[in-house]
Design a protein around this ligand. Structure first.
Ligand code: FDA
Length: 398
């Protein structure tokens, strides 16, 4: 029975982010009555700040290999049914100009706002009711199998409920653990959450030593176990950042070491040996500074505390310099946490969900999509692709 004043919808989507909007559009297209609810007064806040304001909205190379999950195969179905090409076609239909920045990453030429405007226009075109600036107080399972959602503006009742409230990253932007609480309320398992795509921090002693390097960027390979990323790396006043570090941070755990190669592709030992033979009177620092930023070269040379001339360096010492540049093993103290993390690893355990519909196997009509699920992409447009793909498949099923 519907209480007076509680409006009925076929579908209620909680969270007007990337995944929620895509799901609402698709459900609306299929003739469902849809409401989308968000406590923020505007839709797609993370889209607006993404990609430095230009939104890296997908990656042309996206496949399940670019995602981290307890079950790496879970994402295959959604990613293959709604692909990056499908989203690119939508962007092109709206005449939004874009470019590939690097490594298949597609960004708007103009502004991320164009993506939000496109999604909002699509929602309105397909009759989706936007209930923004609305607090969600409670979710109840009804005896008829539907759901009642208590909102600050009154109750709504629905047949299908879609949880698209994202992860915990950047609480200042309205991120909450709401989706995980709903999963727990319905008895669904969670995979432990932790910050991903996040800068790593050093202990005070290491920081003091590396302080002069703050602001320096190098092309590097960051490695953890067998996983490696070749991208830029940045020394910061807290530790390390830049794409290579953000990528590896999603694999790193407290107490682990990472290995950094700051001259990837260069045989440092052979280069130094040749320099020793040809320019033996030069200082190590001078030779290193032809390959690396000056302050970094200086720090590596100082750490070696070797002789004044390169000519007097033993092979063993040159090997140590090689290790310091191309196999630098560091143990970060921690990460900057959810305050700056781009994503949340872990979330609703994929064992609990049907990959074709994103519905909870044990609770028909309850769907989880986007970042709240234990599927996390690499840096480079993959997380939005997961939001579009998982939102799209749920939109076909609700
Ligand atoms: P998303 O977080 O987008 O949306 C969740 C919505 O739920 C929000 O609107 C929120 O207000 C709402 N909500 C949460 N709790 C609620 C509650 N209790 N009540 C009501 N509403 C609630 N990815 C990428 O592929 N390319 C990129 O360029 C970037 N760039 C980027 C930059 C920065 C700074 C960050 C933090 C993240 C990125 N990302 C990214 C990651 C990407 O933004 C992220 O993976 C997606 O936005 C996830 O989409 P969802 O729809 O799942 O959640």
């Amino acid at each position: 029975m519907t209480l007076p004043g509680s409006k009925f919808y076929d579908v209620v989507v909680l969270g007007a982010g990337a995944a929620g909007m895509m799901c609402a559009i698709e459900a609306g297209k299929r003739g469902r009555s849809v409401a989308i609810v968000d406590h923020s007064p505007s839709a797609g806040d993370k889209i607006r700040i993404s990609g430095g304001g230009r939104c890296n909205f997908t990656n042309i190379n996206a496949s399940a290999k670019n995602f981290i999950s307890k079950n790496p195969r879970f994402a295959i179905s959604a990613l293959s049914r709604y692909t990056q090409r499908d989203f690119i076609a939508l962007v092109e239909r709206y005449g939004i100009a874009y470019h590939e920045k690097t490594l298949g990453q597609l960004f708007c030429d103009g502004s991320a706002k164009q993506i939000i405007e496109m999604l909002v226009a699509e929602m309105l075109r397909h009759g989706v009711e936007l209930r923004l600036g609305t607090e969600i107080k409670r979710v109840e399972h009804r005896v008829d199998g539907g759901f009642r959602v208590a909102l600050s503006t009154g109750d709504v009742v629905c047949k299908s409920l879609v949880i698209a409230t994202g992860g915990k990253s950047i609480p200042k932007m309205g991120a909450t653990g709401f989706g995980y609480e709903i999963a727990s309320q319905f008895g669904l398992k969670l995979v432990e959450t932790r910050p991903g795509l996040v800068p790593l921090t050093f202990d005070p002693a290491t920081l003091a030593r590396l302080e002069p390097l703050s602001g320096i960027a190098v092309d590097a390979v960051a490695q953890h176990g067998k996983t490696r990323f070749a991208e830029a790396m940045l020394f910061t006043h807290r530790g390390l950042s830049g794409p290579a570090i953000l990528q590896i941070s999603s694999y790193w755990r407290e107490g682990d070491e990472i290995t950094l190669s700051m001259l990837p592709g260069i045989d440092v030992f052979a280069t130094l040996k040749a320099a020793k033979a040809e320019r033996g009177k030069q200082a190590l620092q001078t030779v290193l500074a032809t390959l690396l930023p000056k302050r970094l070269a200086q720090l590596i040379a100082e750490a070696e505390q070797g002789p004044a001339n390169l000519a007097d360096f033993s092979d063993k010492a040159l090997r140590r310099v090689e290790a310091a540049t191309n196999a630098w093993r560091v143990k970060p103290l921690g990460s900057e946490g959810y305050r700056t993390a781009e994503v949340t690893l872990g979330g609703v355990d994929t064992d609990e969900l049907d990959p074709k519909t994103m519905a909870a196997k044990a609770v028909p009509g309850l769907h989880f999509i986007g970042e709240v699920v234990d599927v996390t992409g690499w840096l480079g447009g993959y997380n939005f692709q997961w939001a579009w793909s998982s939102g799209w498949v749920a939109g076909q099923a609700v």
